[in-house]
Ligand binder design. Structure first.
Ligand code: UDX
Length: 439
């Protein structure tokens, strides 16, 4: 099948490469010439395990190409995916849908015949219907364009797996006359043949599924982090508590990892956009609890700053090493990263902060050029008076505490992700602190 994927950021580049991997002929489209040049050369402009191999393989096989030319996209296929960003609006909680709208404005006037546009971007409920109206207005005489919504649930770090073998496929269609289900069945023939659940619904429900999923995940993390605040005061252990409640399969242990909380390009902005949209449609009270979810999450960052000050007496001039800059391991994404927020705030509070991340350094430098960046884990640890584990990379989790003890000035560590083997670190002479546990 031939298709285009418009927007070649995280979502779009992955989707384009993976659709080609499923055997389709794919044209990736973006307005950013540099992004297109790099993808066309087989270079992925971000860190995503497994994606470079998929990209290269499919470029070589001739199933995948990239362009900045919308006319080429319009002529290439009758099925188009939209994977452009919907960032948080400046000065508001709402999502900025201007890039999705721009795709419709640029593409639709160039189309001829019958076309299906499948939106993958996370959008406020009601966007697909508004885009259908816009497309109807812009479609040339004799051309028909249908908009359907096919939300994406991929996780960074597992993007290839999540796209090729998704745990469900959701499709929102406008009504009985829709051609989208038949097309989607062909696009996703491989995962559907493996019994992947396929939910066909209306446009509004499909849009809401995505934001609800992310709001639920964020709420689950903030739930355990709120409990963690209580644990800290009464001397309970939040990780044992999470294990214990997680055994109830109605609850489940996943996303009960207490610590520095969530960040990244999705969860924080999605819960805010969901709240904003609920207010706009008149469900004013429905999602106000998400404000609390957001606040609990942000308080965890502050807790690490406070704990650092408690541990060191004063932050001024103290050498603090922050391990991690990416918002989670196996990613170089530093958008709304709890690790980088902590590093930045400690630096602003007067500490001399050194940061190390296996993949996120270049992106971190762009956001916080004034921090000191180490060239290796060893370099990062040398001379530190306090070490903060802020992102749970394997390199940090498996670090030898005896070796690390020989490098630092003060054997004091805050485990911001509750991942280190406590006994081994303590027997190597380390003073360990964690969130939600007294060690
Ligand atoms: C998320 C959703 O999982 C994905 O389905 C959606 O399509 C995009 O948003 P992603 O942003 O890649 O994916 O990250 P995710 O793995 O969900 O982690 C989000 C954040 O929560 C990270 O900062 C992570 O460190 C944090 N987290 C996760 C916790 O603090 N505790 C946990 O137990 C789990």
């Amino acid at each position: 099948m031939r298709m285009t994927v418009i927007g070649t950021g995280y979502l779009g580049a992955t989707h384009a490469a993976c659709m080609a991997e499923l055997g389709h002929e794919v044209l990736g489209v973006d307005v950013d010439q540099r992004k297109i040049d790099s993808l066309q050369k087989g270079e992925v402009p971000f860190y995503e395990p497994g994606l470079p191999e998929v990209l290269e393989r499919n470029l070589e096989a001739g199933r995948l190409a990239f362009t900045t030319d919308y006319q080429e996209a319009a002529d290439f296929a009758n099925v188009h995916f939209i994977g452009v960003g919907t960032p948080q609006q400046r000065g508001s909680y709402a999502a900025d849908t201007r890039y999705v709208e721009a795709v419709i404005e640029d593409l639709v006037p160039k189309l001829k015949g019958e076309h299906l546009i499948l939106g993958k971007s996370t959008v406020p409920v009601g966007t697909a219907a508004a885009l259908q109206q816009k497309a109807d207005e812009l479609a040339p005489e004799g051309t028909s364009v249908e908009i359907a919504w096919n939300p994406e649930f991929l996780r960074e770090g597992y993007a290839v797996k999540d796209t090729i073998t998704p745990d469900r496929i959701v499709l929102g269609v406008r009504g009985e006359d829709s051609a989208a289900e038949a097309v989607a069945r062909e696009v996703y023939a491989t995962p559907l043949s493996n019994d992947t659940p396929f939910i066909v619904t209306d446009l509004q429900t499909a849009e809401l599924v995505k934001v609800s999923a992310n709001a639920f995940l964020a709420t689950k993390i903030s739930f355990i982090n709120a409990v963690s605040e209580v644990c800290e005061i009464v001397g309970a252990d939040v990780t044992q508590l999470a294990d214990a409640i997680g055994h109830d399969d109605r609850i489940g242990r996943k996303f009960l990892g207490a610590g520095l909380g969530f960040g990244g390009g999705c969860l924080p902005k999605d819960i805010r956009a969901f709240m904003a949209r609920a207010g706009e449609v008149g469900a004013d009270q429905a999602l106000t609890f998400l404000r609390e979810v957001d606040a609990i999450n942000m308080r965890r960052r502050q807790r690490v700053i406070d704990l650092s000050r408690e541990v060191l007496g004063s932050l001024i001039g103290k050498r603090v090493t922050v391990l991690g800059a990416a918002f989670k391991p196996n990613s170089d994404d530093v958008r709304d990263s709890p690790a980088l927020a902590v590093a930045g705030q400690l630096s602003l509070a007067g500490a001399s902060v050194r940061v190390y991340d296996p993949q996120g350094m270049d992106n971190a430098r762009k956001v916080f050029p004034t921090l000191d960046y180490a060239s290796s884990l060893e370099d990062a640890l040398r001379g530190a008076e306090l070490v903060i584990l802020a992102t749970e990379w394997d390199e940090f989790k498996t670090m030898d505490p005896e070796w690390a003890a020989g490098l630092v000035e003060g054997k004091v560590l805050i485990d911001g992700r509750n991942v280190l083997p406590v006994a081994a670190w303590q027997s190597a002479g380390w003073e360990l602190h964690a969130l939600g546990r007294s060690l």
